[in-house]
Design a protein around this ligand. Structure first.
Ligand code: C2E
Ligand code: CA
Ligand code: CA
Length: 723
């Protein structure tokens, strides 16, 4: 009966060959009843319109609950055994109206989650009429639960990932379980690294799955070479790798190893005579400090990885307890950002680019500003990466382009506007149209619009990227390569892409006044290179007169930095223009203060058996300024408790009032997040044995003073964040 209805619907009414249709139908009905396979159909929107009743029965669900739902939400692939080829094969295939071939799925409805999952092998043919219109799918489905279960068991037994020959997820899990259990007893430590490839999906999508497989094999090979017999490597599925490294807890060494992995994995891969470039991010957690059980440690390394990815990719991170909430934070931020974009809470401010021989403003860079109701001003350095990780960067970037063009149309013709474009936005189909539309709507001369791109636009499909470059040049907009010198800085980018300008990254300016640094030389070289190639250069981030002098003497012509102006809202730009010539005299400090990490961080100072509260004002690898103790003699040996089991032995070199300058016995190492950390931490094993007055490790609860502490030798003063 059911098939009959479907047939009527599909064939659009009865025809002459009712008899042969009738015969076909009864054959189909008989076939359906055998249960060997079922049939299904969807409408043009991918909504399930027919399913053999037997299939619903097999899944243990009423047919009515299934019909009328979009296929893409009704079925899911196995999250534990992700298909390497695509994260969401079914949804993608359906929206692309592709043929569906033997995709293994299960019902995704919550009510189907009870008992043993029923796995279906789904196939379907898109139904397209003579005019090319898509009418939906007709397809078949088969219960393959038994075979699938066996397949999973087999791969579990094999312990190896068949693609790369590395250990598989199950083997890694079991290894970790036994290592951690044994090490706990022996009080040994063990590091766990989680790796996730950046941009792998792009390679897979643009170069094809065999290329993706080839790439994964090459990555595995490189990892094997780097790790050697130092640890065990597994591929957890997709582009996720894991490394177990026993008996290393030195964060200096682990950071170096992670850096090496990142560098080597990021080298180009030869594939099919082409070149693929990917990157990787690494999260690191160390037992017993960050967790003693498998779940804890894996979660800690996952959080660290997540944070590394968010930090801009191509980075490593150590787990720290602050990371726990980061994931949630980001989601909240993203929701708020979406809301802010819709309700027009975002603004663009403009930072002048000044021609330094006559101080004329020749351009403005549009920088996004967001005043959040509760958080206050949120830096684009924080929310842009969050947006880039979601599809929100598309509309956000489009908005900025349109706003900037509209605003710039009101400026003098001699002033250009520069707009930052994220790689993800740049590589989206239709980006060129967005640019053309923004120009058209505002009436801005294309030559007055400059798009600022970073090297990451070259990481994807090179042909598509080149095509976009060509199309943009045809429109007549200008292109600038931003943050030059910080990434791969491959000169081949300059050859292959038609840039009009290079922007020298602020980091070179920061250290250009220091004698022992090469920064000034690098600035000279970049400016020279750029002139030789007929490009302009803007030097970014000039704050002080000594820096301005250095960059001027090195041939800089255009400067953007606080010494001229910070970014300002459009009404202020208009005011400046109205008041006559748009010129800005430099004003700022004479000397740039070399980059010390000024901060306000509460720490503990341990001396004798007493623990004092203090504040770190300034931290470098080799020493710190701390505030909070009065009357500490020079050369006193102290222990700083930076939290999380990080103890630093140091010596007092300066002591003035409540301020101490201390030098560390052992230098700190990079924490991968732009901060510093100790190489080693006090192990929770040791803490359990001795009742040290230490905060943190790993319960994060400040420990009380040990009983029977003697009277404090130094006077402690309260330090407020204002002073
Ligand atoms: P960027 O493109 O490198 O922008 C320059 C950043 O340096 C801006 O930070 C600017 O305020 C800051 N800056 C300029 N001169 C000085 C100086 O003399 N001293 C110091 N300390 N800083 C200076 P901002 O506005 O926080 O933006 C951060 C980043 O966020 C930008 O870096 C850019 O990558 C991104 N961004 C901002 N607006 C947009 C946007 O509309 N779209 C996209 N995709 N990214 C944006
Ligand atoms: Ca920029
Ligand atoms: Ca920049």
């Amino acid at each position: 009966m059911a098939v009959r209805n479907l047939w009527k619907g599909l064939s659009g009414g009865a025809g002459d060959n009712l008899t042969s249709d009738g015969l076909r139908l009864s054959v189909l009905e008989d076939f359906e009843q055998t249960g060997l396979a079922w049939i299904w159909a969807s409408d043009a929107d991918g909504v399930l319109s027919y399913l053999s009743p037997g299939a619903a029965e097999a899944m243990g669900l009423p047919l009515a609950n299934l019909l009328g739902r979009p296929l893409a939400t009704l079925f899911e692939t196995d999250p534990e055994h992700p298909d390497t080829h695509s994260a969401r094969p079914l949804g993608f295939q359906i929206s692309a109206h592709n043929r569906i071939v033997d995709v293994t799925v299960r019902c995704a409805l919550p009510e189907a989650r009870t008992g043993r999952p029923v796995w279906l092998s789904l196939s379907g043919q898109p139904k397209v009429d003579l005019t090319g219109r898509f009418h939906g799918y007709r397809g078949s489905a088969k219960d393959i639960s038994v075979e699938y279960q066996r397949q999973i068991e087999d791969s579990r037994l094999a312990e190896y990932d068949s693609l790369t020959g590395l250990y598989n997820r199950h083997r890694m899990h079991r290894r970790l379980e036994s290592v951690l259990a044994a090490f706990k007893a022996a009080k040994r430590n063990c590091a766990l690294m989680m790796l996730d490839l950046d941009r792998f999906k792009q390679v897979n999508d643009t170069m094809g799955h065999p290329a993706g497989d080839d790439l994964l094999r090459q990555v595995a090979e490189r990892l094997r070479n780097i790790i050697g017999d130092r640890g065990e490597i597994g591929r957890l599925g997709g582009d996720e790798f894991q490394v177990i490294i026993p008996d290393v807890d030195d964060r200096g060494k682990l950071g170096e190893l992670a850096d090496k992995i990142i560098q080597i994995v990021s080298q180009p891969y030869p594939i099919d005579g082409k070149r693929a470039i990917i990157g990787t991010s690494v999260g690191i957690a160390i037992a017993p400090y960050d967790g003693q059980e498998v779940e804890e440690l894996v979660r800690a390394s996952d959080l660290a990885l997540y944070s590394a990815k968010n930090g801009g990719r191509g980075q490593f991170r150590f787990y720290s307890s602050d990371l726990k909430d980061e994931e949630e934070e980001r989601q909240l931020l993203l929701d708020d950002l979406r809301e802010a974009l819709e309700s027009e809470q975002l603004e663009l401010h403009y930072q002048p680019v000044v021609r330094i021989h006559d101080n004329h403003v020749v351009g403005m860079e549009a920088l996004m500003r967001w005043e959040h109701e509760e958080r206050g001003w949120v830096s684009p350095g924080m929310f842009i990466p969050v947006a880039e990780d979601s599809s929100l960067i598309g509309p956000l970037g489009d908005w900025a382009l349109n706003r900037a063009c509209a605003d710039a149309a009101a400026w003098p013709d001699t002033v250009r506007v520069a707009v930052n474009v994220s790689a993800r936005q740049f590589t989206t189909a239709g980006f060129v149209d967005v640019v053309a539309d923004a120009l058209q709507a505002s009436g801005l001369d294309p030559d007055r619009l400059e798009l600022e791109l970073t090297e990451s636009v070259f990481m994807g499909d090179s042909e598509a990227t080149e095509e976009t470059f060509r199309a943009l040049k045809k429109i007549g907009v200008r292109l600038a390569l931003d943050d030059f010198g910080t990434g791969y800085s491959s000169l081949s980018y300059l050859r292959s892409a038609p840039f009009d300008k290079l922007k020298v990254d602020k980091s070179f300016v920061d250290s250009c006044t220091q004698k022992d640094q090469n920064s000034a030389k690098i600035i000279t070289a970049i400016i020279g290179l750029s002139k030789a190639l007929g490009m302009e250069t803007t030097v970014e981030g000039v704050e002080a007169f000594d820096q301005l002098e250095v960059v001027r003497s090195r041939g800089a012509e255009l400067v953007q930095g606080w010494i001229f102006a910070k970014a300002m809202p459009q009404h202020q730009v208009l005011q400046n223009i109205r008041s006559g010539e748009f010129k800005i005299e430099p004003s700022g400090p004479d000397k740039h203060r070399p980059d010390r990490r000024s901060m306000f961080r509460r720490i503990g100072i341990i001396h004798g058996d007493h623990r004092y509260d203090a504040v770190i004002r300034d931290l470098s690898k080799t020493g710190a300024f701390v505030e909070g103790l009065v009357g500490v003699p020079l050369d006193t040996a102290l222990v700083l408790d930076l939290g999380g089991g990080q103890l630093v032995v140091c010596k007092v070199l300066r002591s003035e009032g409540a301020q101490l300058g201390v030098e560390f016995e052992t230098p700190l190492v990079s924490d991968g997040a732009g901060g510093l950390c100790t190489r080693h931490r006090v192990s929770p094993y040791a803490l359990a044995a001795a009742s040290l007055p230490v905060a943190g490790a790993p319960s994060h609860a400040p420990a009380a003073l040990s009983a029977g502490a003697s009277a404090p030798q130094f006077m402690q003063v309260q330090v407020g964040s204002g002073g």
